[in-house]
Write a protein of this length. Structure first.
Length: 204
């Protein structure tokens, strides 16, 4: 479990593919001094398990489900800094909202523009997830906990979700690098998802 508050940014080193999985290596931030094999790291919003590490790198193995999600976003990993957050400890303050690292979709960016010192972003959420977002609710973009400013419901059932990034968020995350038509990882509030699953009787 994570809080959506980015601790560090990293850079892509390399990837290797075999018939069953893809392995990624990224640079190890110097402040990540307490790593162990099997630890969970929220990596651009995706909960990944450390398979191997040394003083300079961290390696993850990505399975089929994760690779489906990354089909439209993996090329960006070598272009943009990578958002990282270590898992929460019991008793930690939660400055964002509770994030699982189980990304729901790679959503299309519909607006990305400066607004004074801030940055306005809009993402298009597919109809299957649109009910999980509302004004002043929470959204996680590339691992970053944000507050929903506005939601526009489209006739198709999809939703346009607006967020505003303050200067501190711009400094600590990679969100300012995204432009219109880029794809970004989105995780809906897991409490909202749990409520709807129970409400609809869909527990599969």
């Amino acid at each position: 479990m994570f809080s959506g508050i980015i601790e560090a940014q990293s850079t892509f080193i390399q990837q290797s593919m075999d018939p069953q999985a893809l392995r990624l290596q990224i640079q190890r931030p110097p402040e990540f001094t307490d790593l162990h094999i099997g630890d969970s790291i929220c990596t651009n919003g995706i909960c990944l398990t450390i398979e191997k590490f040394d003083e300079t790198m961290i390696q993850f193995c990505l399975g089929a489900e994760t690779l489906k999600l990354l089909a439209s976003t993996l090329p960006q990993w070598s272009k943009f800094p990578i958002n990282l957050e270590r898992s929460l400890r019991f008793g930690d303050r939660v400055h964002g909202h509770l994030v699982t690292g189980h990304v729901d979709v790679a959503a299309s960016v519909r607006r990305a523009e400066a607004d004074g010192e801030c940055w306005q972003m809009q993402v298009e959420i597919p109809a299957s997830l649109a009910s999980f977002f509302w004004k002043k609710g929470s959204i996680c973009l590339n691992g970053v906990s944000l507050t929903v400013n506005q939601v526009a419901r489209l006739k198709s059932g999809a939703a346009l979700v607006d967020v505003c990034l303050i200067p501190e968020t711009l400094k600590k995350t990679n969100l300012q690098h995204f432009r219109v038509n880029d794809f970004i990882h989105v995780e809906a509030d897991y409490l909202a998802k749990a409520y709807y699953q129970i409400k609809e009787g869909n527990m599969d």
